[in-house]
Structures are given as C-alpha cells and as structure tokens.
Design a binder for this molecule. Structure first.
Ligand code: CA
Length: 227
C-alpha cells in the first residue's frame, strides 16, 4: 500500500483529498504548513507528496527544493493556483513530477497520482547499476560501494571505473580510456590513466582486499568477471 503525504493549509481541501485517498486504499499523512511538511516528508517513508505551493512557514517550492536534495526519486505533485503559471514552471524546474491546478476534479488528481506512482515503480526496477564481484557502481546516484560500504571517488576515478565496468572482460587500451575519461581534446600527460588506476587500487583493492582492475602489459586495463 502506498503512503501519500498531503501538505496543504486549506483544511477543507486537505480533508476532502484525505478522505478520497483513503477511500482508494492509500495511507495518508497530513501537514498544514511548509516546515512540518518538509520534516514529515524527510522523516517518514512516503511514496508520494501532494504539495500546495502557497503555504505558511515555508512555501511549497522551497519545501520541494529542500526535499529534492535528499529524496531525488519520490514523486511530488504540486497543487497550484489557477493563474500561477510561474509556479508551474518553477515547480517543474525544482523537480516536481506533475502539477494540478486548483480547483481540481478529484478523478484527475487520482489519475495523476496513479501515473506518478507507476513511473516511480518502473524507475526503481531499472536503476542504472553495474556490478562486478563485490563492487557495485550506481550511475544515477554517482556512487560506488564495496560490500555495501561507500567509497569516495573523484569524478575522473568514477568515470574510469564506470568505463571499465561497462566494458567488463574487454581489455581497454590507454588511448581509448583517456578519450572516454578525459575527453577527446585531452592534451595532458599520457600516463594520467595509470595515475587514476593507482588511486582506485588504493581506495578499493588495498582497502577491501580485492584485485579489481588488472593490468594488461603494454596495452591497458581490464576488469574481469572473476574480480
Ligand atoms: Ca495554500
């Protein structure tokens, strides 16, 4: 069952939407100002937020902006006033998934909620994740973990690891790695890849006791399945 948070200061609207959502089988949480709304949104496990824009305390767009910093994937549907074109634009820019203009038909709101939840579901099952042995690289989150422990990498180290993991079992020569990691117009040192490999080995191999990136003498590097 999905949990929906309603952040809306107009009691009549909030109550009406709450009843309809419960009738549809959703769990419902309710807040009436921006500050409490943000707190509940971050602390509770919610599947979707219905967020009024004109709120006391902290306005809806600010709530959205702060919420997105910590929860990039939870769908948010904005409730906007009829003429507030700017709210819609800034809302979508700030990471809202959709908006509904007040006054709205409840069927329209329910349909948009179903669509947003479905989209979230399909996003979660197709996360952009690469895995080799104990090492997992999440492209969307820009995160590398070994046995679930997070590893801090610079952008170049991350890119190098990503290219090698995407091309698992294929030996990648230095020229191609430079192109992919540093860009086509790179004109710096040619041993730059060896330097990044050395850093990766310190941060991953040495720390976790694995042999992830293998050197192919005179050619380049490879990550094999059996790392
Ligand atoms: Ca309001």
């Amino acid at each position: 069952m999905s949990t929906i948070l309603i952040v809306e200061d107009e009691a009549k609207i909030a109550r009406f939407v709450e009843l309809e959502l419960k009738h549809e089988g959703y769990e419902v949480l309710k807040e009436t100002d921006g500050r409490n709304g943000l707190e509940t949104a971050l602390q509770q496990e919610i599947d979707l937020m219905l967020l009024d824009v004109m709120l006391p305390g902290l306005n809806g767009l600010e709530v959205l902006r702060r919420f997105r910093l910590q929860k990039p994937d939870t769908p948010v549907i904005l409730l906007t006033a009829r003429d507030a074109v700017m709210d819609k634009v800034s809302g979508l820019d700030a990471g809202a998934d959709d908006y509904v203009t007040k006054p709205f038909a409840i069927e329209e709101l329910l349909a948009r909620i179903r669509t947003a939840l479905k989209r979230k579901g399909s996003r979660e099952t197709q996360t952009n994740r690469l895995s080799v042995g104990r090492v997992t690289l999440d492209v969307d989150r820009h995160e590398v973990t070994v046995d679930g422990t997070s590893v801090e990498l610079t952008n170049h180290e991350f890119e190098l690891l990503r290219v090698l993991m995407e091309n698992k079992n294929i030996v990648m020569d230095r020229a191609r790695l430079i192109e992919r990691v540093c860009g086509y117009d790179y004109i710096g040192e040619t041993n730059v890849i060896d330097v990044y490999v050395r850093y990766l080995r310190v941060k991953i191999d040495d720390r976790f006791g694995i042999k992830l990136i293998q050197t192919v003498r005179g050619v380049g590097y490879v990550i094999r399945d059996n790392a």
